[in-house]
Design a protein around this ligand. Structure first.
Ligand code: 13P
Length: 255
């Protein structure tokens, strides 16, 4: 019922030329894939070139962040309207690297989310606990806090355009993925929570991606879980072969 969504978060990797080469290989390799939404999130500098390349394909474009105002004296920030005009359909918000290194809080993530939705972008909102929080049995408290406060003021209608990415911080870039059972447990918790905040219909249609050391070897078992509706892929999205392999596993997850 929910179409899986596989997004590549390229983070601060790939020059414009390298982005074009990688996107070309992905478009070619994914041309016959059905029933998976594919999103590429390159650095800002590659967005407009990729937007032209992706225009005639089924692959969508996303950015890795945006500000909450649409213009003004905010050196270094990018407005949601600019992303929309540059051809973006999606935008990643609240990634743990932004929370850890750039002072993002639930409050700033929420402001960015409301602004992005206002411009018709489809936000991918990242939530997830750190290792010490998991070890202190605080996973559900942290995820609840990220979801409840991150989504504040988002209407039911707007929720149709929101994807949540569960990314346990201890699994990002570490090669230590959550087990399928660990992912499913938190995904089910998020869906239930969204059901309480909104209603069952909104919760049922919500796509919840897993992110954190997803690779061709572990993708299938994670993507098969009932409440896992795709992946937000870092390292393995930087090579066409591994990203395409994960996309194909999502297509054959049989849900
Ligand atoms: P890795 O796949 O490299 O662990 O990164 C995950 C991530 O942060 C995606 O947003």
């Amino acid at each position: 019922m929910r179409v899986p969504i596989i997004a590549g978060n390229w983070k601060m990797n790939k020059s414009v030329d390298e982005s074009i080469e990688l996107a070309n290989a992905i478009i070619r390799g994914a041309y016959d894939v059905k029933n998976v939404d594919i999103v590429l999130c390159p650095p800002f500098t590659s967005l407009s070139d990729l937007s032209e390349m992706l225009a005639d394909s089924d692959v969508s474009l996303g950015a890795q962040n945006c500000f909450w105002l649409n213009e003004g004296a905010y050196t270094g920030e990018i407005a949601p309207g600019m992303l929309k005009k540059a051809g973006c359909e999606y935008v990643i918000l609240g990634h743990s690297e932004r929370r850890a290194y750039f002072g993002e809080t639930n409050e700033t993530v929420n402001k960015r989310l409301i602004a992005a939705l206002g411009e018709g972008l489809k936000p991918i909102v990242c939530v997830g606990e750190k290792l010490d929080e998991r070890e202190a049995n605080k996973t559900f408290d942290v995820v609840r806090d990220h979801v409840e406060n991150g989504l504040k003021g988002v209407t039911k209608n707007d929720m149709e355009n929101v994807t949540i990415a569960y990314e346990p911080v201890w699994a990002i870039g570490t090669g230590k993925n959550a087990t399928p059972a660990q992912a499913q447990e938190v995904h089910a918790f998020i869906r239930e929570l969204v059901g309480k905040i909104y209603d069952k219909a909104i919760a049922d249609q919500l796509r919840i991606q897993y992110g954190g050391s997803v690779n061709p070897g572990n993708a299938e078992s994670i993507l098969k879980e009932k409440d896992v509706d795709g992946g937000l892929i870092g390292g393995a999205s930087l090579k066409a072969d591994s990203f395409l392999d994960i996309i194909k596993k999502a297509a054959s997850a049989g849900k």
